[in-house]
Design a protein around this ligand. Structure first.
Ligand code: DGY
Length: 320
């Protein structure tokens, strides 16, 4: 039987590519090049399936041009904001994602961002690397302790829940806002706030874990930042579009925010140079799920979805 033709848009872990090559007629990207929209269309027109990452944008325009052969977009990401799901559904293209398997890795990065921001990790690291550490006193590099503080989770899905567990490990009191209140066994004692405003008012640390849906874009803006306690810390490991970066910069400059820890930006790759110029930020280049274990698990999960689809059964992680 002929194997389905699969385009794997970015370089994946060796074990994932080996399994894919065993079961599919694969087109790989060994140089790990980011394809233009035109190149993406050209590749997708020749295959039955594509396995992209969040770096490949499947806009309505791209989906309109990929032609009738492409049957499934099996994402190597939990986020699906790079795919126009309405257009994919209308075109009869199945879309899947990779939930669950990256929650631990992303929660770890959220803790790193929180601690890096609260304890001035980037400043200290830069000072030593620049050979400028020539002073110590009790007043030197004083940060904010997170123990005993209130940890606000915006979006208590899988990643939000695991991150909340980790924050409890630091003796933090967890609060959250979500579309729906969770059952007690998932809440684990976290305090539910029916409104975003209610959550913001108590968040000494605010950590974003909601999806980048159109209604959530810019949810952290001048109005909502003003509702946080003074000298709060904002952590974003979800998507850059959730935050109005100009408003964030203003709050970091004015001292309304003590600091921010960010793994995601409105412009990726690259980030925001005005944010990078601030002393009170801890920044990472969108590496929330970038561990060996998680990258393997994401790749295998995407292949599981493809296998189910081509076996004629429902892929477990179908989102459109
Ligand atoms: C995700 O899975 O959505 C992460 O951001 C990595 O793409």
């Amino acid at each position: 039987m002929t194997k389905p033709k699969l385009f794997i848009a970015r370089k994946l872990r060796a074990a994932v590519e080996a399994r894919a090559a065993r079961d599919y007629d694969v087109v790989l990207n060994p140089e790990d090049r980011l394809f233009s929209a035109e190149e993406l269309v050209a590749m997708c027109r020749q295959v039955d399936a594509v396995l992209p990452c969040h770096s490949e944008r499947f806009s309505a325009e791209v989906i309109a041009q990929v032609g009738p052969r492409l049957k499934i977009i099996a994402n190597h990401s939990v986020g699906t904001d790079h795919v126009d799901l309405v257009a994919a559904k209308a075109a009869g293209i199945v879309v899947t994602n990779t939930p669950d398997v990256l929650s631990d890795a992303t929660a770890e990065i959220a803790m790193l961002c929180m601690l890096g921001a609260a304890r001035r990790g980037a400043e200290g690291d830069a000072m030593i690397r620049a050979g400028q550490w020539d002073f110590w006193s009790p007043a030197f590099m004083v940060g904010r302790q997170v123990t005993g503080k209130r940890f606000g989770v915006l979006g208590m899905g899988r990643v939000g829940q695991v991150t909340a567990q980790r924050a409890r490990g630091f003796g933090m009191e967890v609060h959250y806002h979500n579309r729906r209140r969770l059952p007690a066994h998932l809440e684990q004692g976290a305090v539910f706030h029916e409104t975003l405003e209610g959550l913001l008012a108590v968040s000494d640390v605010l950590s974003l874990h909601c999806p980048a849906t159109p209604e959530n874009m810019g949810v952290i803006n001048a109005r909502t930042l003003a509702l946080l306690p003074d000298r709060a810390i904002v952590v974003n490991t979800a998507r850059g579009g959730l935050v109005d970066e100009a408003a964030l910069i203003a709050a970091l400059r004015s001292g309304k925010l003590f600091a921010a820890g960010l793994d995601v930006f409105q412009t990726e790759p690259g980030g925001n140079p005005d944010i990078a110029a601030l002393p009170n930020v801890f920044l990472l280049p969108h590496i929330g799920s970038a561990t060996e274990e998680t990258r393997d698990a994401m790749g295998f999960r995407a292949l599981d979805n493809l296998d189910a689809f081509f076996a004629g059964t429902a892929p477990g992680d179908r989102v459109a």
